[in-house]
Design a protein around this ligand. Structure first.
Ligand code: ZN
Length: 289
């Protein structure tokens, strides 16, 4: 049976189904996806805690009504949910702040290098929407009739910068991509994919796995607290801005309102701090055929 229970409001659009051999998917009957993309919330247990002049709790509290007003089908937080070490009290604060969102729509959370898997699962639960059976990792698959998200787990060690998918998750991903339909697919992972010592250490092996699969259209990630668009072999690489704080004044603090179809996406920045220059601006991308 499916693992997750969705709140009544979302049952109209989303249902959990078993597809293939034991794969639990969060599935929507609609073909397009409208999602709120949030990253690096860095929620501390203490509401007064600040970094670089930003209070992460205040920032998240401030965007929740904006997300609800945008009325997306779902919301994603791509890692570094917790402030630094992934303390249980941090997750309790994050869960409370996100509750108005999770009451209304599916909320997909993945883990970053400032998260702690056991503490995270202890607060948010092991049976989240679309959860996959992957050894030691928290992996989700979310599908609409026209598009698929695969949410990966790159947490290696809490409060240490680099990330790793690891062999078991890479093997799961390779098999899933081979056995799944050709639905246009977007990957979500916390870590940046460059060759930096603090990035995803097995990014080259991830790219090797993705190479034969033209259905993979984009990879979304956070980690750098930068808002940027790049490309690898026709696959869009989308670096989501942070909500908690930026690392540089030239970067926005905010979230991205994404309208996705089988052929592309429109990504609108909703900045609330830092560099506000691109606030309200939309980047339109076409997926490779
Ligand atoms: Zn971060």
């Amino acid at each position: 049976m499916p693992h997750a229970t969705l709140p009544p409001l979302t049952r109209r659009a989303f249902s959990l189904s078993l597809a293939g051999a034991g794969v639990s998917l969060l599935r929507s009957a609609q073909s397009d996806m409208h999602w709120a993309l949030i990253s690096d919330t860095h929620i501390p247990a203490n509401p007064a805690e600040a970094y670089r002049g930003f209070k992460p709790q205040d920032n998240l509290r401030r965007i929740v009504p904006d997300v609800l007003k945008a009325n997306p089908q779902g919301a994603l937080v791509s890692g570094d949910v917790a402030r630094l070490e992934g303390l249980t009290a941090d997750y309790e604060a994050a869960r409370a702040l996100l509750q108005p969102v999770s009451e209304k729509m599916p909320l997909a959370l993945t883990l970053g290098n400032h998260d702690h898997r056991a503490n995270f699962l202890g607060v948010f639960g092991k049976s989240q929407n679309g959860v996959q059976s992957v050894s030691q990792k928290h992996v989700l698959v979310i599908e609409s009739a026209g598009l698929r998200f695969i949410v990966l787990d790159s947490l290696l060690t809490p409060n240490s910068t680099p990330g790793l998918l690891g062999k078991a998750q890479r093997a799961w991903l390779a098999t899933f991509l081979q056995q799944s339909s050709d639905l246009p697919t977007l990957l979500i992972v916390h870590h940046t994919l460059d060759d930096g010592d603090g990035s995803l250490l097995d990014a080259p092996r991830l790219f090797d796995i993705l190479k034969p699969h033209r259905k993979v259209k984009a990879i979304l990630y956070g980690h750098s607290h930068r808002y940027a668009y790049e490309m690898w072999e026709g696959v869009h690489l989308i670096n989501l801005p942070a909500i908690g704080y930026n690392f540089n004044d030239d970067q926005p603090v905010g979230w991205v309102d994404a309208r996705l179809t089988a052929t592309g996406g429109a990504f609108t920045l909703r900045a609330i701090g830092g560099n506000l220059e691109k606030d309200g601006k939309t980047v339109t991308l076409a997926w490779r055929p």
